[in-house]
Design a protein around this ligand. Sequence first.
Ligand code: ATP
Length: 238
Amino acid sequence: MLDSPEQRPPGRALLGGSFNPPHIGHLRLAIEVREALGELVDSLVLIPCGNPPHKRADSLLPFALRAEMTRAAVRGLPGISVSEEEGERQGYSYTWDTLSRYRERLPGRELYFVIGTPDFALLHTWHRGPELPKLCQFVVVARGEQTEEPFVEAARRLWPGVRGVAPVLPDSLCMELPGGGRVHYLPLPWLAVSASRIRERWLRQRNVDFLIPRAVDELLRVRHAEVAEHWKGDGMSC
Ligand code: ATP
């Protein structure tokens, strides 16, 4: 596993999300997790979801537009890129399938899947969620709450017998699963930004400067009619 990282080729960090739209919370998360993982990974990849089983689909912008905004958002950020693979698949996008493909493509390399504590606590509702540590190590970041308890509780509930081991990432917590596999908790500062709040503000024509990158703002402006049509599905009106 991670005991002698210098002998292993670098792994890859993956950050899945709907990116509807991508915002500064996503970008700071990507930058700081990339930094924390250091030489354990060669890069961090943002993966816009295709057809997520857990999100309301009516307010979700078309995949191509979310992917374009996400590419624009990360432009110029070293070591951070975007994968459009979930847009190429039919049916629901399951993290299990995406990670399985990465495992085939990057044999022998560790995958670090970045996730917020609320989503981590709901892993049992995901397709093969509790089995995901067979494919990746979770890097769990606090969202809102700034204590490790929700992480530890969720890990114990998901994998009874999980135990704390020496941390691998700076200032983090590491737990090992009884059947093998590791999950990490990384206490990063939380920015009180969410895509839903940005959608709501944008629809009300409120200012979203500094919440989203300029390039994303520009794309939303150019595609105004289409964006408004989808986001009104959130129950908002223009
Ligand atoms: P929505 O408000 O529509 O639910 P969101 O802002 O949560 O969207 P997602 O695309 O669903 O954005 O999030 C992708 C990933 O980014 C998730 O792991 C989520 O926990 C994380 N994330 C989202 N917002 C923040 C934030 N402000 N700070 C840190 N992580 C965040």
